[in-house]
Design a protein around this ligand. Structure first.
Ligand code: GSH
Length: 217
């Protein structure tokens, strides 16, 4: 097996705060102790044929290893979790539930959070933007409240830490700048537990390092 190559932003809009989606892939790789290489891609290169052949939507992250090419952070993390030990339980039912939480993070929790980003950045200048914002925020609150209720006093969503938690924590980190996460202390603490994992710290450091090395850029 050759070392997998993943793609990441050459210049991340977040300047290395680990909100770009290569972070989830790096974190998964660090959790399972796999080596990997990172190929930075510029915004222009992402839309060129060579990258579009890998990723039809011209985005990061992607995965290349031994002829297998993947895009979609969820699919990549799932592939890592299946190929290596440590991110999915061996028990078949517990494994199915961990996968369920991966899907929940991406298809139920992430969409309203992305909508907030659209409302702020893509539609912020529209005359109706301010009027719409409370609706956008409330849709996120509904999901966070429901998720907090299910998490309850648990450390992780279902037993041991799994790829489901890795994806959920990654998705929740994206809403923290809005302040909404702090309205739900149990979820803020859950995210903090994820961030306290040594594998998270290694991944975070690796993605942040290039931005510190080129100050002012
Ligand atoms: N659903 C995709 C979303 C990928 C995505 O939105 N990637 C962002 C970086 S986090 C990107 O490449 N943005 C640049 C663009 O869309 O032009 C995934 O989870 O991998």
């Amino acid at each position: 097996m050759t070392v997998p190559v993943i793609t990441a932003f050459e210049r991340s809009p977040d300047g290395g705060k680990g909100l770009a989606r290569d972070m989830r892939v790096r974190w998964a790789l660090e959790e399972v102790g796999a080596q990997y290489e990172v190929r930075p891609v510029s915004f222009a290169a992402m839309k060129e044929p060579a990258h579009l052949r890998l990723h039809p939507f011209g985005q990061i992250p992607t995965w290349e290893q031994d002829g297998l090419e993947l895009f979609e952070s969820g699919a990549i993390v799932f592939h890592i979790a299946e190929r290596y030990e440590g991110l999915l339980p061996r028990d078949a039912d517990a494994r199915a539930r961990a996968v369920m939480w991966m899907f929940a993070s991406l298809s139920t929790i992430e969409p309203p959070i992305l909508e907030l980003q659209n409302a702020k950045f893509a539609e912020g200048g529209q005359p109706w933007a301010a009027e719409r914002m409370p609706l956008v925020l409330d849709r996120i609150r509904v999901r966070l409240r429901e998720l907090a209720a299910r998490l309850g006093e648990r450390e992780w969503l279902d037993g041991e830490f799994s790829a489901g938690d890795l994806m959920m924590v990654s998705v929740l980190r994206r809403v923290r700048p809005s302040g909404l996460l702090d309205e739900f202390p149990a979820l803020a603490a859950y995210v903090a537990r994820g961030e306290a994992r040594p594998a998270f710290a290694r991944a975070y450091e690796a993605q942040a390092a290039p931005f510190r090395e080129t100050p002012g850029e």
